[in-house]
Design a protein around this ligand. Structure first.
Ligand code: NAD
Length: 415
């Protein structure tokens, strides 16, 4: 069966459905079904061979009702505006689910960072920071990393912004290196947050983590730290993949050795003692817990019938299409939705912003304790909303977020 795979449309489908279930004032949907601002920029830079190449960049502010907007920067070839719009909207919902005083944003550059030298990456990042400088600020829009960007890229962005604004304002961007005002615990936060929500789901739905088999799709930041946390809790990583392929071992894979192998060879493929998998095989392999941690539209009507996990923890944004979601419900597979499960990253980014503004820094233990508390509370709030409206956890999360955003819009007189 074919289905539309446009993340923005998927986001709107879920939003409309939940607004109807909640019998929400139609003016709420009217406002949030369009991003507030879209900035498109062209970024000409000098390449190492002396030629000039112009890259396309975006920054999208989806909604600022609850506060300055916050969301990552993605460097990706064939970046689509509709994907960026969806990612911006998901940030609005995610920030509301974990009750951060933020709206939602997203941005990125149409480029393949793997094909750029360090010098080209730095010039491109500085050009992007300069081009969107009026759109960002500690009380306006606070970017962070996403797919294809790193803490070094955040550092170049911060430095360029300081020069333009003639102020040292570390809170303008998060997930910076520790030496530039980054927060302890930020690098591992998305995976750690996925694990904390899985612990709550494990208790609620009686799906043990100790001894569970875990499969992850992708093996970047979100996937690795999710796999590591499950491994440390006594679960067994059985499969992982990246763009070049995947690996499988039913007896378990050491997540640390796998990440070392990837750092050396640039892929999980070829890790000793494993069978060879495709990039998508981890989605349908026999396992208890599945962590899609790559990109959007991975669990679709094409493969959802083959998904065998009992619990899905969406580390990626938008990995499941609305059509596949319905099938997961029919199969009674519990899915912890992206706007809840992967909110640990933005939560510790918020902690970084708070620490930057105070000029006082917390220990890793303090960060971890606060993160656990936020994720536990968010799970309970989402679960309660799913019971209130008798819907799955994704719709419960949307309902919670819509309520909070609608309240702010009402109080500000927007609706
Ligand atoms: P990353 O760049 O560190 O890793 C992405 C991984 O996915 C890489 O290993 C890449 O090879 C793999 N991948 C890409 N396409 C694939 C495919 N078709 N099949 C298999 N593997 C594929 O990025 P990340 O930061 O880990 O982000 C991954 C997902 O998590 C994205 O959806 C991102 O928006 C989301 N996310 C990340 C964070 C964060 O803090 N890093 C926070 C919230 C959500």
């Amino acid at each position: 069966m074919s289905e539309k795979l446009n993340p923005w449309e998927s986001q709107l489908t879920n939003l409309k459905k939940v607004s109807d279930i909640m019998n929400l004032d139609p003016s709420v949907y009217e406002v949030v079904s369009k991003p507030m601002r879209i900035l498109q920029v062209s970024l000409p830079i000098r390449m190492d061979d002396g030629s000039i190449k112009s890259f396309e960049g975006f920054r999208i502010h989806h909604n600022t009702a609850r506060g300055p907007c916050k969301g990552g920067i993605r460097y990706f070839p064939s970046l689509e505006l509709d994907t960026e719009k969806a990612l911006g909207a998901w940030m609005t919902w995610k920030n509301a689910v974990v009750n951060l005083p933020y709206g939602g944003a997203k941005g990125g550059i149409n480029c393949d960072p793997k094909k750029l030298s360090q010098g080209e990456l730095e010039r491109l990042t500085r050009a992007y920071a300069a081009a969107i400088a009026d759109f960002v600020g500690i009380d306006l829009d606070i970017p962070a990393p996403d797919v294809g960007t790193t803490s070094q890229i955040m550092a170049w962005f911060a430095d360029e912004y300081y020069k333009i604004s003639r102020r040292i304002l570390p809170g303008v961007i998060t997930a910076k290196p520790i030496g530039l005002g980054g927060s302890l615990g930020r690098t591992a936060a998305t995976g750690r947050g996925c694990y904390f929500t899985a612990v709550e789901a494990s208790r609620t739905y009686d799906i043990p983590i100790k001894g569970a088999s875990v499969s992850v799709q992708g093996y970047g930041n979100a996937a690795y730290y999710s796999a590591l946390n499950f491994h440390q809790a006594g679960a067994k990583l059985v499969a992982a993949s990246d763009t070049r392929g995947g690996v499988y071992n039913k007896n378990g894979i050491d997540p640390v050795k796998l990440v070392e192998h990837k750092a050396k060879t640039r892929s999980v493929v070829g890790f000793p003692g494993c069978e060879t998998f495709s990039s998508t095989d981890p989605l349908t392999v026999d396992c208890d817990i599945l962590v899609p941690a790559a990109l959007e539209n991975m669990i679709t009507l094409e493969n959802v019938d083959d998904v065998k996990a009992k619990l899905i923890v969406e580390a990626a944004n938008g990995p499941t299409t609305p059509g596949a979601d319905r099938v997961l419900d029919e199969k009674r597979i519990i899915c912890l939705p992206d706007i809840l499960a992967n909110a640990g990253g933005v939560t510790v980014s918020y902690f970084e912003w708070v620490q930057n503004r105070m000029g006082y820094y917390w220990t890793e233990e303090e960060v971890d304790q606060r993160l656990e508390k936020v994720m536990k509370t968010a799970f309970k709030d989402v679960y309660d909303y799913s019971k209130k409206y008798d819907v799955n956890l994704r719709y419960g999360a949307y309902a919670l977020a819509l309520d909070r955003v609608a309240e702010a819009m009402r109080l500000r007189g927007w609706i």
